[in-house]
Design a protein around this ligand. Structure first.
Ligand code: OGA
Ligand code: NI
Length: 371
């Protein structure tokens, strides 16, 4: 890294980015090399972790994102109605909730987190083969998808797998976690359909509405690996952002560090064994005409680690077949509540987020699609 430092103290950031990227070893590679000081590219200009506006108060107030128990979903009585009400409330007020009693065995959750950890901890030479910045690939890994466009490079490596729509050739998946990804996907597809049904009903629509407009067609899996960070006060694990899809189903391990922005404050999302975190993305906010919200969230960098998370976003990607037009759902707009957004195709949003420098503290990518 030092090659990019000039004697007068200035440095060639682009060159330093490139040198790091070319190692194809990720942040994990820096940690393995025994690094104790962060390279400049990871040091954020205005790091706000210690700002009072961003300190988490959830432990003080005991407020946390809603927990929704899916266990009674198919029982007789009012329980379905109650669950739908809770989903509606969570979608409107938080954009985030946790689900428990989802019937996916704990062993699959543990194996999935373990599979992602193993991918990132495998032999560096094998892992290098997957390193890429070609977003048209179905399976690849790198450090920060927006590495060259953001001003905040984060302390995180990520494995990306476009699992649906097909055709997924299992041999493209890394052999070290191939079987568990396939098994996990099977379970996630069912949970996704349940969530889309509940969200449809929470919007006052027919249960199959969101499925029928293909909100569940695309599944983009992301396996995040946050190595221990020697100077966590200087950087982020994942900067403040919103997810761009319809719905994200997130599995986190027990390390913690995820926070959500709610009513002008950051709240910790404390790990809850066996739970999935569900959050709504920009596309959901767009099609619901701001009825449901896509909430900002972030992950702090920490001395402890690694931390592993697996998120499955129901979203389409950049492939040519994603040509469906989306705009505010007709049934949800009225004279008093006219459409806020124009009709758009999902790849327009994906490309915007991947190629533009965005500051989520100032605005949302959705502003580009406002009427
Ligand atoms: C994401 C995300 C949170 C986490 O991948 O978009 O917000 O806990 N991940 O890793
Ligand atoms: Ni996210």
């Amino acid at each position: 890294m030092m090659e990019a430092d000039h004697e007068d103290g200035s440095y060639d950031r682009n060159k330093e980015l490139k040198l790091f990227d070319e190692t194809k070893a990720g942040v994990k590679g820096l940690v393995d090399a025994g690094l104790t000081k962060l390279p400049k590219i990871f040091v954020h200009d205005n790091h706000k972790v210690n700002d009072s506006s961003s300190s988490s108060s959830s432990s003080a107030t005991n407020v946390s994102i809603p927990v929704i128990d899916l266990g009674s979903l198919h029982e007789e009585g009012n329980s379905r109605h109650e669950i739908v009400q809770k989903v509606k409330d969570a979608g409107e007020k938080w954009g985030f909730f946790q689900v428990v009693n989802h019937k996916i065995p704990q062993s699959i959750l543990d194996e999935m987190l373990d599979g992602v950890r193993k991918f990132h901890e495998q032999d560096a030479e094998v892992k290098k083969e997957f390193y890429s910045r070609d977003i048209t690939k179905r399976v690849f890994y790198n450090t920060n998808f927006n590495f060259y466009t953001t001003s905040e490079v984060n302390w995180r490596d990520t494995l990306y797998c476009l699992l649906a729509p097909g055709p997924l050739d299992p041999h493209q998946l890394p052999s070290i976690c191939r079987d568990v990804i396939i098994e996990y996907l099977d379970h996630i597809k069912k949970l996704a359909l349940t969530l889309l049904e509940l969200l449809s009903e929470a919007l006052g629509l027919e249960g199959n509405y969101l499925k029928d407009i293909d909100c569940g067609e695309g599944i983009f899996m992301v396996g995040n690996y946050y190595p221990p960070c020697p100077q966590p006060e200087l950087t982020w694990g994942l900067s403040s952002h919103t997810d761009l899809g319809f719905v994200t189903i997130l599995l986190q391990d027990q390390v913690g560090g995820l926070q959500v922005f709610h009513e002008n404050q950051w709240f910790d999302i404390t790990p809850f064994p066996g739970a999935f975190i569900v959050n709504l993305g920009d596309m959901m906010q767009l099609i619901t005409n701001d009825k449901f919200m896509s909430a900002k969230h972030r992950v702090v960098a920490q001395k402890v680690g690694p931390r592993v998370s697996v998120s499955c976003s129901l979203r389409q990607h950049v492939q040519d077949e994603c040509l469906r037009m989306y705009g505010p759902i007709k049934e949800l707009v009225t004279k008093e509540n006219p459409p806020i957004y124009k009709e758009m195709k999902m790849p327009d949003l994906v490309k915007l987020v991947y190629t533009t420098k965005l500051d989520y503290d100032i605005s949302s990518p959705l502003k580009h699609f406002r009427l």
